[in-house]
Design a protein around this ligand. Structure first.
Ligand SMILES: Nc1ncnc2c1ncn2[C@@H]1O[C@H](COP(=O)(O)OP(=O)(O)OP(=O)(O)O)[C@@H](O)[C@H]1O
Ligand SMILES: [Mg+2]
Length: 259
């Protein structure tokens, strides 16, 4: 069984795309076969992967709306990915009237499940149709939460979304983990929010070690590289590896590398 994880929080700029890229990389290091899907019309993941988005002939849009196979690209970092560009925005409105809309991503993934142990979906920062079909197709949700004061607004909405997806379309959907992000341990407000998140959410799923706020993430993405390639000794690599390990634990085969 392939573990399909939506990386989702409707709050913008909390590190979803950064986690998809970096965690995919560390899962490959552990020996897993990984596919990352760019399901955000902003297509930041595709940009982080160094794709010229305007030049793309096929994107995830064509798989969702025109039944084309997923346009899978092999990255230099050992994982595969399916790119997007702004054209994916059209899917938001076209999905409203599409038949079997809930199943569109699930069906598009079906033919490639045998090729991957884990699939990570980079969701857009809103609850529209794209996010909804991601949650329907997923076995798990991984939630990055920025440790700033707005953190709790976003978790309330998130719980409502999760309950709705479970009740209507995907009873087996589970949280994989919560990941505090953009964390500044010198800032009292951040440590307060981190503690409160850990207290309130750990009964639902593990609250993992926080990802520190660091400009190295911005620099790495400008270089189109995972942090571990850009700066192999960066302290944020330790918590990133723990996220990969947590997702690997969800794989049914074994807790170890399958290779
Ligand atoms: N831990 C971090 N510390 C500092 N900057 C970070 C960190 N993680 C990500 N960033 C930077 O913050 C910006 C937003 O990150 P990212 O695009 O991953 O967030 P997102 O949640 O996917 O955003 P969106 O909601 O727009 O899709 C990017 O410029 C990224 O390089
Ligand atoms: Mg993003």
């Amino acid at each position: 069984m392939t573990i399909i994880t939506s990386v989702y929080n409707q709050a913008g700029g909390v590190g979803k795309t950064t986690l998809v890229q970096n965690v995919s990389y560390h899962l490959v290091e552990l020996g897993y076969r990984v596919l990352a899907i760019d399901l955000d019309p902003q297509s930041t993941l595709s940009a982080f992967m160094g794709i010229d988005r305007a030049e793309l002939k096929k994107t995830v849009y064509h798989s969702l709306m025109q039944d084309e196979p997923l346009p899978i690209i092999k990255s230099a970092f050992g994982f595969d990915f399916a790119p997007a560009n702004l054209g994916l925005q059209n899917a938001e409105s076209e999905l409203v009237t599409a038949d079997m809309k809930e199943m569109r991503l699930k069906d598009a993934l079906e033919p490639v499940l045998k090729d991957y142990d884990l699939i990570l979906i980079d969701c857009p920062p809103q609850l529209g149709n794209l996010t909804y079909i991601a949650l329907v197709a997923s076995t798990h949700i991984l939630v990055p939460i920025a440790t700033q004061f707005k953190a709790f607004d976003s978790t309330e909405l998130l719980m409502a979304t999760y309950k709705r997806a479970r009740a209507r379309a995907n009873r087996s959907l589970k949280f994989a983990a919560f990941v505090p992000t953009m964390y500044d341990g010198r800032n009292l407000a951040d440590t307060r929010v981190y503690k409160a998140l850990a207290e309130q959410l750990s009964e639902l799923a593990p609250v993992l070690d926080p990802i520190p706020r660091s400009v190295a993430f911005v620099d790495a993405s400008e270089k189109r590289q995972p942090l571990a390639v850009y700066q192999p000794r960066h302290p944020a690599i330790v918590p990133l590896k723990k996220i990969a390990k947590r997702l690997a634990e969800l794989c049914p085969t074994t807790n170890q590398s399958p290779n």
